[in-house]
Design a protein around this ligand. Structure first.
Ligand code: PAF
Length: 286
């Protein structure tokens, strides 16, 4: 069932909650790939009702970003939702999501100041505004987000907790192509050479973990190991390479406990991100 009207979506979910049903929500911007489907399968397996939302949210794109070009593949997405076991899709129009007069902005401080927050001003307030609206309309028991957007996951978890919505935010591991490229709708912007060049991101993460294999080490050594791999790839341009505390996202100076290495690079027309948990003395986890 496709629901386009936020009021109907709210009434239905309130009815499910009154009946004591659990609700799983998977917010998406459509153009589904295996990463989204892994969230949906989990949502369907551990809730009475599982809902996916499909909405390309204009508020999270900057003026020079790819809102107009973002791939819209609604029919294929519906088939994907069904194959993952979801029967309910919430797909509002822009004017239903943001009706005339809508003037609320939800902003999370601190966690949004670095990484993609620094590179994409306004992006995270667009994300938290739409996700807060989705969470409030649907009041899911659990909401599922991928770790590929690691900063987004931390920001949404914090916001949901700070607003006291009583929703469990669940992060799921990055799903990769067989050659290591993290799945992303933006991979479609790459031509064959750029697609090959984009592998430098996952290679950089592996180099970083190798630099930490001997045990505690400076963050600079980890970041340099990763940055060198990306710098060696002529078609890639580094945006940031940063080792951060996995919860606070504050840059680490020294890796003596697990840290999250976050990368962003431009490859041809696409801005790609990737990340992994780097464990001193360990091997690459995800
Ligand atoms: O990760 C995404 O696809 C989007 O940022 C989200 C969470 C659906 C909000 O528009």
């Amino acid at each position: 069932m496709v629901i386009c009207d936020p009021q109907i979506m709210r009434e239905l979910s309130r009815e499910w909650l009154r009946e004591g049903k659990t609700i799983g929500l998977v917010p998406t911007m459509g153009n589904l790939h295996e990463g989204h489907l892994s969230l949906m399968r989990r949502a369907a397996s551990e809730n009475d009702i599982a809902v996916a939302s499909i909405f390309v949210n204009p508020k999270q794109f900057g003026p020079n970003e790819d809102f107009a070009a973002y791939p819209r593949t609604f029919e294929a997405d519906l088939a994907g939702c069904r194959s993952a076991g979801l029967e309910i899709v919430f797909a509002p129009t822009g004017s239903a999501m943001y009706p005339t007069g809508f003037c609320t902005r939800v902003e999370v401080d601190e966690l949004t100041s670095g990484l993609c927050g620094a590179a994409r001003p306004g992006h995270f307030s667009g994300v938290t505004t739409v996700v807060a609206r989705l969470h409030c309309l649907i009041l899911p028991t659990r909401a599922y987000y991928g770790e590929k957007d690691y900063q987004q996951l931390q920001v949404i978890s914090r916001m949901t907790e700070d607003l006291g919505l009583g929703i469990e935010v669940i992060g799921m591991p990055i799903v990769r192509e067989s050659d290591g490229l993290a799945m992303s709708s933006r991979n479609q912007y790459l031509d064959a050479d750029e697609r090959q060049a984009a592998l430098c991101l996952s290679r950089a993460l592996r180099a970083a973990q190798e630099a930490a294999a001997g045990g505690p080490v400076s963050a600079a050594a980890i970041e340099d190991a990763a940055a060198d791999v990306i710098a060696d790839e002529p078609l890639a341009k580094i945006d940031y390479v940063s080792l951060v505390d996995p919860r606070s996202l504050v840059p680490m100076a020294y890796l003596d406990e697990p840290g999250r290495l976050c990368l962003a690079a431009r490859v041809g027309p696409a801005r790609l991100i990737d990340n992994a948990l780097i464990v001193p003395g360990g091997s690459l986890a995800s």
